[in-house]
Design a protein around this ligand. Structure first.
Ligand code: HEM
Length: 473
């Protein structure tokens, strides 16, 4: 700490909204709009304020330097919350996202290696095949004239991609009629979000219908993952000398090393983590991009011109090299992720008492970090609330300034930066290029009905889009 503890403001003396005894501000919060309420309060109470959710004080920070410090000083100075860890353990999901310390380091190495860029180059043909299936699904919807529930279709796409890349399984939920694994995965994030923010651990005493639905969903996911683990074991037993081909094989090979400390539970937890971490995040990011395309047809036209100039007519993106030659599309996606990051806030706790913006934050206090708030302030990005992809490609002398990339953190930051980032960006480019190349789109719901809804990740609730096959010419 830089100042003596007595000179520092105490947490309870920080400004913040008034609450009631015991419940604090709970009666003023809706969990699905938590980020929006906290952002409004940040405007009113400043870069560091206090709220009570239930009896416990929580610090809320939107100062970009303080946020950077927290992200970078993990895992030794800060950690994800103990509540998140205990909830994840109960669900059998203490994989790399929820692990801490040495456990985290071990798991992180394996996950990062399985998702690295070299793997992506080899994987690209399979990704292109899955994108072609999505195109086919959308062509059928276009021919029927049905509005497309974008998030739901995109989650089929992202789960198919993760299962193929990480588990070596062609799940093909895009071409499977009826119920698919997504209906179980869908139950996890909303409950995880509610339980990590709930002031009382009520579900340990009584179970609501949604808690019982979650138990059933987790059981179904365990069965599904169990099948994939068995299949990977058989593949490895049949050819024990070859290099692991995917994440499951890699983590099982590591677990087989004496003293690895990796248990069967870790294998399950990480398989479940990857399925969940790669599903909503990427699908919702693409969905937000499609929403902005409907709001700005002229930008859709510009993205299409760029895609047409890089990809042969009627073809799809053919490889990483082409996917990397779409600067306007990338700028468009950056702007979408700046204004609609699917993780607009994160939570951490300090491992020791710490000083932050002149305040003493006691060890173990949850600190909510408002990442989106910082990235939309005029002091970091000129005219920060305005959607303007140009700012990402204009040369520094002509672009609107300030343009402070350090506060643009859609994938988090520091040692726990999202390891799926390169895969996610490739998925986003591939789907949006396919969309531009083959479809015209218009909104099927009025824009004011598309709302931010936080359920661990932030999705565009109510978004439906009408697709038409692209007119020739
Ligand atoms: C647009 C899509 C995505 C976004 C916006 C996103 C965002 C994030 C964020 C904000 C974090 C927390 C980082 C931090 O604590 O600093 C995270 C962690 C993580 N993400 Fe992603 N993610 C995306 C896609 C993916 C994909 C496709 C995968 C893998 C299939 C993935 C796997 C993970 C994992 C395993 C972690 C935990 C890392 C750790 O704790 O060390 N993510 N992601």
């Amino acid at each position: 700490m830089t100042e003596t503890a007595s000179a520092l403001t105490r947490l309870r003396d920080l400004p913040g909204p008034r609450g009631l005894p015991l419940v604090g501000v709970l009666h003023r919060l809706r969990f699905d709009r938590l980020h929006l309420t906290l952002e409004e309060w940040a405007d009113r109470y400043g870069p560091l304020f206090r709220i009570n959710m239930g009896p416990h004080p929580i610090a809320v920070v939107s100062d970009s330097a303080a946020i950077q410090r927290i992200l970078v000083q993990r895992p030794q100075g800060f950690r994800r919350t103990r509540r998140l860890e205990s909830v994840a353990v109960e669900m059998g999901l203490r994989g790399v996202f929820a692990a801490e310390g040495e456990d985290w380091r071990r798991q992180r190495r394996i996950v990062t290696a399985a998702l690295n860029r070299h793997k992506l180059a080899d994987f690209f043909p399979k990704l292109a095949l899955i994108a072609a299936r999505l195109q086919h699904r959308w062509e059928e919807a276009a021919d029927r004239g049905d509005p497309v529930d974008v998030c739901s279709d995109l989650m089929r796409f992202t789960v198919d991609v993760t299962m193929q890349l990480a588990f070596g399984v062609d799940a093909n939920t895009l071409e499977t009629p009826g119920p698919v694994i997504q209906r179980h995965l869908d139950k996890v994030f909303p409950v995880l979000h509610r339980r990590t923010n709930a002031p009382f651990t009520y579900w340990r005493w009584f179970r609501l219908p949604s808690d019982r639905a979650l138990d059933r969903a987790l059981e179904a996911i365990r069965r599904e993952v169990g099948g994939m683990v068995r299949a990977a074991r058989e593949r490895m037993a049949a050819d024990p000398d070859r290099e692991p081909a995917d994440f499951l094989e890699a983590i099982m090979a590591a677990a087989a090393d004496e003293g690895s400390g990796i248990s069967d539970a870790d294998i399950f937890a990480n398989a479940g983590t990857l399925l969940l971490a790669g599903e909503d995040t990427t699908a919702n990011s693409i969905a937000w991009a499609m929403h902005y395309f409907t709001l700005h047809p002229e930008l859709f036209g510009r993205a299409r011109d760029e895609v047409d100039s890089v990809i042969a007519p009627a073809a799809a993106v053919e490889g990483l090299e082409q996917a990397n030659r779409l600067p306007f599309l990338d700028a468009f996606c950056n702007e979408v992720m700046r204004l609609k990051p699917v993780a607009p806030m994160h939570v951490a706790e300090p491992l020791e008492d710490t000083e932050m913006l002149g305040c003493l934050i006691p060890r173990g206090t949850p600190i909510m970090m408002l990442l989106r708030h910082a990235a939309t302030r005029d002091e970091h990005f000129a005219d920060g609330e305005r959607f303007d992809p140009e700012r990402w490609i204009a040369p520094p002398e002509t672009r609107p300034n300030p343009h402070d990339r350090r506060v643009f953190l859609p994938f988090g930051g520091g040692p726990r930066l999202c390891p799926g980032r390169a895969l996610a960006l490739l998925e986003i480019r591939t789907v949006l290029a396919m969309l531009c190349r083959n479809f015209d789109l218009e909104p099927a719901t009025p824009r004011e009905q598309v709302q931010e809804h936080l359920a661990f990740t932030m999705l565009p609730a109510g978004l439906k889009v009408r697709l038409k096959r692209r007119m020739a010419g």
